[in-house]
Design a protein around this ligand. Structure first.
Ligand SMILES: *Cc1c(COP(=O)(O)O)cnc(C)c1O
Length: 375
C-alpha cells in the first residue's frame, strides 16, 4: 500500500544533499581507492571531533561496531553482560556472537531506558559489563549507570545506534561510558547509503585494537596479531557520511522540532503516553513513541487515513525464536513485554512536513488513550 504519509522518506531526506553526495561518490570512483583510504581516515577524525571522543573507528555496521567493541574489551565465553530487555535484537546478538551471555533487565516504563535500580539483583561474579541503549534517541541515565559500574568494577558500554547527536549533561553520547557503538543504517540519525557503523572511545589502545579486528586482525601487511574479522567501513560510505555529517545538526534540529510539535500538541491526558526525558538529557529524536491502549486499533485507524506507523519492537528479544529456547530461563521482563504490546512509533524524519505531524497528532488526540502500567 502507498501511504500518503510514509513512516520514512529517505529519498526526500537526501534530496537537498544530492549534488554534494554525487560529487563525493564520483571523487571516490576516480581516486581508485575503495577501502581503508583517505575518506575513512577523514570521517573518523571529523566524527571524533563532533562527538568530542578521542578516537573513532569506522566499521561495516552497527552490529559489527557492538561486536568489535566487546571483542576489544575481552568480553567472551563465560562472561555476562547486562542489557535492556526492550531493545533491537542486534544489542543482544553482539553479546551472543562474542560467546558471552546477555542478562536482560526491564526498563523504567516512562523513560523506556534501562532501570538502574534493577541492576544490583542480576550481578554475579561473571558480570563484566553493562551494555545500555539510548533508546529512540533519548540518553539513559548515565550518572546512575556510571556509579553502578564503577562500584562493581564493570565496563559501561552504550549502544548509541539510535542516539547520534544526543547529549547527557552537555556531552555528546559518544564520549560517555567506556565505549559507544554507532549505526549508520540508512534510517538512523546519521545514515549511509547502506550498512555502516563506528565505535567511539577515549581509550586509544582499544581503538587501535578495533582497527586491527575490523581488518583480519592485521597490524602491518600480512602480520596478523589475532583472529580478526572483515568489518571495514567502505570509502564510498565514508565519503557520503562526511557530506551528511556537515548537515547533521540541521537535520537533528528538524527532527527535534517535529518531536516538539508532536509532544506539545498531544492532549494533556496523553502526555503520560510520551517517552519521559531525564532533566540532564538533550535527546536527538530518532523515533517518537507513545504507549497507548488498543494500539492495534489506533494503528489501523491511522492506516485508513494514509499514515504509516511501526512498532519498535513488537517482540522482545527473549521471546523471539532466536532466543526463547536458549538454555537457562529468561526472567519474566513484564515491562518489556507490555511495551511491545502498547508502543506505537509515529513518522519522524527531516523531510516530514509540520502539517503532516499536526494531522497525525489530531487523529491520535481523538482516537487514543494513554496506557497506564498497573504498578
Ligand atoms: C539499528 C540498531 C542496531 C544495529 O545497527 P545495524 O547498523 O543495522 O547493524 C543496534 N542497536 C540498535 C538499538 C539499533 O537501533
Amino acid at each position: 500500500m502507498i501511504y500518503r504519509i510514509p513512516f520514512q522518506n529517505l529519498a526526500a531526506d537526501s534530496r537537498p544533499l544530492r549534488h554534494d553526495i554525487t560529487q563525493a561518490i564520483a571523487k571516490v570512483l576516480d581516486s581508485g581507492v575503495y577501502l581503508l583510504g583517505p575518506e575513512l581516515a577523514a570521517f573518523e577524525e571529523e566524527f571524533a571531533a563532533y562527538l568530542n571522543a578521542d578516537a573513532v573507528v569506522g566499521v561495516s555496521s552497527g552490529l559489527a561496531a557492538l561486536k568489535l567493541m566487546l571483542n576489544a574489551y575481552d568480553i567472551g565465553p563465560g562472561d555476562e553482560v547486562i542489557v535492556p530487555g526492550n531493545t533491537y535484537i542486534a544489542t543482544w546478538l553482539a553479546i551472543s556472537h562474542v560467546g558471552a551471555r546477555p542478562v536482560p533487565v526491564d526498563p523504567d516504563f516512562g523513560s523506556r531506558n534501562i532501570d538502574s535500580s534493577l541492576l544490583e539483583a542480576v550481578v554475579t561474579d561473571r558480570t563484566k559489563a553493562v551494555l545500555a541503549v539510548h533508546l529512540y534517541g533519548v540518553p539513559c541515565n548515565m550518572d546512575s549507570l556510571q556509579e553502578f559500574c564503577s562500584r562493581h568494577g564493570l565496563f559501561l558500554f552504550t549502544d548509541a545506534a539510535q542516539s547520534c547527536g544526543a547529549k547527557w549533561d552537555g556531552e555528546r553520547s559518544g564520549c560517555l561510558g567506556d565505549a559507544s557503538a554507532f549505526s549508520f543504517y540508512p534510517t538512523k540519525n546519521l545514515g549511509a547509503l547502506g550498512d555502516a557503523g563506528a565505535v567511539a572511545t577515549n581509550d586509544i589502545e582499544r581503538a587501535e585494537r578495533i582497527r586491527r579486528l575490523r581488518n583480519y586482525g592485521m597490524k602491518d601487511r600480512y602480520h596478523h596479531l589475532e583472529k580478526g574479522d572483515n568489518n571495514k567501513l567502505e570509502e564510498l560510505h565514508a565519503a557520503v557520511l562526511r557530506v551528511k555529517l556537515k548537515h547533521l545538526e540541521t537535520s537533528l534540529q528538524q527532527r527535534n522540532r517535529l518531536a516538539e510539535v508532536y509532544r506539545q500538541r498531544l492532549s494533556g491526558n496523553l502526555q503520560t503516553a510520551l517517552q519521559q526525558i531525564p532533566s540532564q538529557a538533550d535527546p536527538a529524536w530518532h523515533i517518537l513513541t507513545l504507549t497507548i491502549e488498543e494500539r492495534n486499533r489506533v494503528q489501523e485507524r491511522l492506516r485508513q487515513e494514509g499514515v504509516q506507523t511501526l512498532v519498535h519492537y513488537p517482540i522482545p528479544p527473549h521471546l523471539t525464536p532466536a532466543y526463547k529456547n536458549d538454555p537457562g530461563n529468561w526472567p519474566k521482563l513484564p515491562l518489556s513485554t507490555t511495551l511491545a504490546k502498547t508502543l506505537i512509533s509515529l513518522p519522524l524524519y527531516p523531510s516530514l512536513r509540520e502539517e503532516d505531524a499536526v494531522f497525525i497528532v489530531e487523529i491520535i488526540n481523538s482516537e487514543a488513550r494513554a496506557f497506564e502500567p498497573s504498578t
